[in-house]
Write a protein that binds this ligand. Structure first.
Ligand code: SF4
Length: 232
């Protein structure tokens, strides 16, 4: 291009429909079905508490906090395959002062429990706790351990318990969505969520569940074998 040639020669190349509309004073980018439904008086009347609960449930800041193996599933939940952002709960915060939800993902040992309580105490109110995995609920496979806390509930109040060892990311997403739903509805008593993968067993007795699960187990997949012969 020679220097006497203007960079853009034809206005029609740069003027878009949106820009035309804005220049003409009719910018419809902010129109929506909801806005149209409100008509000429776009005001919403609601109770303040209901509004605040809806706001809290729609914008949750998680604490970046991992303890044991469940944390790996939690990291996976934050990774690309699963989309917590879509529910307004995706970005973990590096400081308890910027977080309102702590996910407790793993075994809590007695030496760590006071530290966890201190982190929880530093979070601003209102704050919520998601217990992830059997260890956090009851001590899990390490329940008999002399140094293992028999559930996060002994240290801090838990709002949602997500069973599993470890729970899959889908179960954690479900638990967080359940927490949001409960906060939006102003409910605060603790609950145990039933991960979606167990729903197919929902109407069975405990023994029948065990039998059915046992049938699905492939021992070759289940057993972790260590190759002593080839190990250094
Ligand atoms: S519940 Fe299972 S996966 Fe989670 S921390 Fe305990 S042992 Fe690890």
């Amino acid at each position: 291009m020679s220097s006497d040639q203007p960079f853009v020669t034809d206005d029609s190349q740069v003027l878009t429909d949106t820009r035309d509309a804005r220049l003409a004073g009719a910018d419809n980018r902010f129109n929506s079905k909801l806005r149209e439904a409100f008509g000429s008086s776009p005001f919403i009347l609601t109770k303040f508490d209901k509004f605040m609960n809806w706001v809290r449930g729609s914008s949750m800041f998680m604490l970046q906090f991992g303890i044991a193996c469940c944390s790996i599933e939690m990291m996976h939940t934050y990774a690309v395959k699963h989309d917590l952002d879509r529910f307004g709960a995706g970005v973990p915060r590096a400081s308890p002062r910027q977080a309102d939800v702590i996910i407790v993902p793993g075994t809590i040992v007695s030496k760590f429990a006071p530290r966890m309580k201190r982190v929880y105490d530093q979070m601003p109110e209102p704050k919520f706790v998601v217990g992830m995995g059997s260890c956090t609920i009851s001590g899990g496979p390490f329940q008999e351990g002399y140094n293992v806390i028999k559930g996060a509930e002994e240290v801090i109040p838990v709002d949602i318990h997500i069973p599993g060892c470890p729970p899959r990311p889908e179960a954690l997403v479900y638990g967080v969505a359940k927490l949001q739903e409960r906060i939006a509805n102003g409910e605060s008593s603790p609950v145990v969520v039933k991960p979606y993968e167990l729903e197919q067993f929902g109407d069975l007795e405990r023994d029948e569940i065990v039998d059915q699960l046992a049938e699905e187990i492939d021992t070759d997949d289940l057993v972790m074998r260590y190759n002593w012969a080839d190990s250094p």
